[in-house]
Design a protein around this ligand. Structure first.
Ligand code: FMN
Length: 310
C-alpha cells in the first residue's frame, strides 16, 4: 500500500484529502453518508465572532465547469460552534480545522481568542476538538470600505500578526486569488509566523440576468470555484510553493485523484476539496480509494517522493 500520510505543524493527516470550508458544513451530514474519519481532515464552515444570516437573493449559480456562490458567510458564530459542534468534533479521528473570518480586526481577534480559550480548556480534559485554525482573509474589511483584507499585503499583515499573537494553535492563512500579489502575501504570512498557507479561495466573478438587466446576485459579484479555476489555482500553488518554506495547502477544482497528484507535484503538502462535494456527496471516500489505486499504478510509494517535483 502506498503511504498517503502527511503532516503540517505537527498535525497528522492520514491522507492528503481535506474537505474545504463552506462545502462540508461541520461534517455531521456527510458523516451519515460515509465514515468521515477516513478523511485526512475537515475545515468547518467559515465562522465569524457573531452569528451571520448571510446574503439575500440567489446564493449559488452553476456555470460551465464551476459554480458561483454568494453565501455571505452564513454561520452560527464562534460561541455556538464551540458549544454545539465541538463535542462532535472531539469524537472525530481526523485533522479538525476551524475556519475563521471577520469584518473587523477586533472581531477576528476575539474569535481567535475564544477558540484558543476553548482549546486550552479541552487540552487539559483530553477532549481536543480543534487542531488548527484556518484564517480566511478574504472577508470584506469594513474600515476599508468593504475591500477584502486579503487584497493588499500590508492590510492583511495586521490581521495575521494579531491572530498569531492570539493563538498557540497551528495557524494556516487562507489566501485569496484576488490578492494583488499572492506570492508576496504568502511570504508575509510566513514572516508573521504562520504555520502554513492554503490557497485558493474563490475568484471574484459575475453573472448577469439579461432579462432583468441586473446581476443574478444581490451582492453584485460572487465567488467562482470548481474545475474552471483549477489551472489558475494550480499555477498559484506552484508559484507560492517555490517561494515559501512553510507548508502550502492546495485547492481549486479538484475532482479526481489525478488532480490531487498535480497539486502535490506543484508543491502542496495536502489538498482541499470543495465544489466537488456538491457533485458527488461521497467525494471524500471515492477520492481516497482512487488516490490509493493511482499511486500504486504510478509506483509512487509515498507523497514525499513527488511533492514539489515540478
Ligand atoms: C458554497 C461555498 C461556500 C464557501 N464558504 C467558504 C467559507 O466559509 N470560508 C472559506 O474560507 N472558503 C469558503 N469557500 C471556498 C472553498 O473553501 C474553496 O476555497 C473554493 O471553493 C475553491 O475550491 P473548489 O474549487 O474545490 O471548490 C466556499 C466555497 C463554496 C463553493
Amino acid at each position: 500500500m502506498s503511504d498517503m500520510t502527511c503532516s503540517i505543524a505537527g498535525v497528522h493527516f492520514k491522507n492528503p484529502i481535506v474537505m474545504a470550508s463552506g462545502t462540508f458544513g461541520f461534517g455531521r451530514e456527510y458523516g451519515s453518508l460515509y465514515d468521515i474519519n477516513r478523511l485526512g481532515g475537515i475545515c468547518g464552515k467559515g465562522l465569524t465572532l457573531n452569528p451571520k444570516e448571510g446574503n439575500s437573493g440567489f446564493r449559488v449559480y452553476e456555470t460551465p465547469s464551476g459554480m458561483l456562490n454568494s453565501v455571505g458567510l452564513e454561520n452560527p458564530g464562534v460561541t455556538a460552534f464551540l458549544r454545539e459542534e465541538c463535542e462532535y468534533w472531539a469524537g472525530l479521528n481526523l485533522a479538525r480545522i476551524a475556519n475563521l473570518g471577520g469584518n473587523t480586526l477586533e472581531d477576528y481577534v476575539e474569535g481567535a481568542r475564544l477558540i484558543e480559550e476553548d482549546a486550552l480548556l479541552r487540552k487539559t480534559s483530553g477532549k481536543q476538538a480543534v487542531d488548527m485554525i484556518e484564517l480566511n482573509i478574504s472577508c470584506p474589511n469594513v474600515k476599508a470600505g468593504g475591500l477584502a483584507y486579503g487584497i493588499k499585503t500590508e492590510i492583511a499583515r495586521e490581521v495575521v500578526r494579531k491572530i498569531r499573537q492570539a493563538t498557540t494553535l497551528p495557524l494556516m492563512i487562507k489566501l485569496s486569488p484576488n490578492a494583488e500579489d499572492i506570492v508576496q502575501m504568502a511570504l508575509m504570512c510566513q514572516e508573521e509566523g504562520a504555520d502554513a498557507v492554503s490557497l485558493v479561495n474563490t475568484f471574484s466573478a459575475m453573472k448577469i440576468d439579461i432579462h432583468k438587466r441586473r446581476s443574478v446576485f444581490d451582492n453584485l459579484y460572487a465567488g467562482l470555484s470548481g474545475p474552471a479555476i483549477k489551472p489558475i489555482a494550480l499555477r498559484m500553488v506552484h508559484q507560492v510553493s517555490k517561494a515559501v518554506t512553510i507548508p502550502v495547502v492546495g485547492m481549486g477544482g479538484i475532482q479526481s485523484a489525478e488532480d490531487i497528484l498535480e497539486y502535490i507535484m506543484a508543491g502542496a503538502a495536502v489538498v482541499q476539496v470543495g465544489t466537488h462535494n456538491f457533485v458527488n456527496l461521497r467525494a471524500g471516500a471515492d477520492l481516497i480509494d482512487e488516490l490509493q489505486i493511482l499511486m500504486e499504478r504510478e509506483k509512487i510509494e509515498s507523497l514525499d517522493e513527488i511533492r514539489g517535483i515540478v
